[in-house]
Design a binder for this molecule. Structure first.
Ligand SMILES: NC(=O)c1ccc[n+]([C@@H]2O[C@H](COP(=O)([O-])OP(=O)(O)OC[C@H]3O[C@@H](n4cnc5c(N)ncnc54)[C@H](O)[C@@H]3O)[C@@H](O)[C@H]2O)c1
Length: 275
């Protein structure tokens, strides 16, 4: 498995909150939140690991501590305002403040078709994918301002850039990207940067365990690089945006997608047809 081997203290002295820091699914590799938490801790950050399923985040904590890093777990549901407040309060109590917030929690599902439209499922997806980020920012941004500023990194999806046939997932991720821009503009003068990483076709344990090989083959072929990404690809982009190296970068989105969103339909056809 591809894992980071060298660290350069790029987040030395920083305190980070990563939501969805566990990993779900039975396939190989790690989920995005787990990869970011492990990478950030390797780069010197103290990390608050948030997950609704505490056992998933405990595994991340054990790996961080085994490598000499510092982290603790908060079992919380980030769609609940009181949970988001508790996450920030406990992080400030434990590590003295907050410098970085990664809003990684997200769920997929429900295709676009008004014939079987499920209003409750649609609302739930917006709660999990968008409202969670709003609530976390509501509590974390004032704490960051108290330290002179900080970085928000939101995890969206290329489904928020290109239509994927979903009325909930894609629009919720597009809204996430725009929310980042709003935070960047409203709080820029107070030292807050807010950016988005849009993952493309990423091989996480859930994907590796669920998707049929034929679909994974299409996912690989449809981009110029001809490969699926993994969670570390997303984590390295998030690391840059979270670090002081990105001090002049705000209100932006990086697609980590092997070039899929850069590929027009004729080129995609050629890529898929080639042997
Ligand atoms: N995997 C991909 O191919 C892919 C592609 C594009 C975008 N993304 C986005 O990346 C992010 C992470 O996806 P992943 O598949 O790597 O994650 P994952 O499914 O491996 O882990 C997500 C974690 O979030 C936790 N979680 C879910 N709802 C929660 C809630 N309400 N409160 C607290 N914790 C909660 C889960 O318990 C899980 O441990 C998501 O926002 C997803 O939309 C993933």
């Amino acid at each position: 498995m591809r894992e980071p081997r060298q660290f350069c203290n790029r987040l030395d002295g920083k305190v980070a909150i990563v939501t969805g820091a566990g990993s779900q699914g039975s396939g190989e590799g790690v989920g995005t939140g787990k990869a970011m938490a492990l990478l950030f801790a390797g780069e010197g950050a103290h990390v608050c690991l948030v997950d609704r399923e505490a056992a998933r985040a405990e595994d991340t904590r054990a790996r961080i501590e085994a490598a000499g890093g510092e982290a603790f777990v908060v079992a919380a549901d980030v769609t609940r305002d009181e949970d988001c407040r508790r996450i920030v309060d406990q992080t400030v109590e434990r590590f003295g403040g907050v410098d970085i917030l990664v809003n990684n929690v997200g769920i997929a599902g429900q295709q676009g078709d008004f014939g079987n439209f499920d209003e409750a499922a649609w609302e739930h997806m917006f709660f999990v994918n968008l409202k969670s980020a709003v609530l976390m920012c509501r509590h974390a941004v004032p704490a960051m301002i108290g330290r002179g500023g900080g970085a928000v990194v939101n995890i969206s999806s290329i489904a928020g850039i290109m239509a994927h046939g979903t009325f909930a997932y894609g629009p919720s991720k597009a809204a996430m990207e725009h929310f980042s821009r709003e935070v960047a503009v409203v709080y820029g003068r107070q030292g807050i940067r807010a950016n988005t990483v849009a993952p493309g076709h990423i091989r996480t344990p859930l994907v590796a365990g669920l998707l049929p090989e034929s679909l994974r083959e299409t996912r690989r072929k449809v981009g110029p690089l001809g490969v699926e990404g993994d969670a570390w690809d997303v984590a390295y982009a998030a690391l840059f945006l979270a670090s002081d190296e990105a001090r002049f970068v705000t209100g932006q989105q990086i697609a980590v997608d092997g070039g899929v969103t850069a590929t027009g339909p004729m080129a995609a056809h050629s890529l898929i047809m080639e042997r």
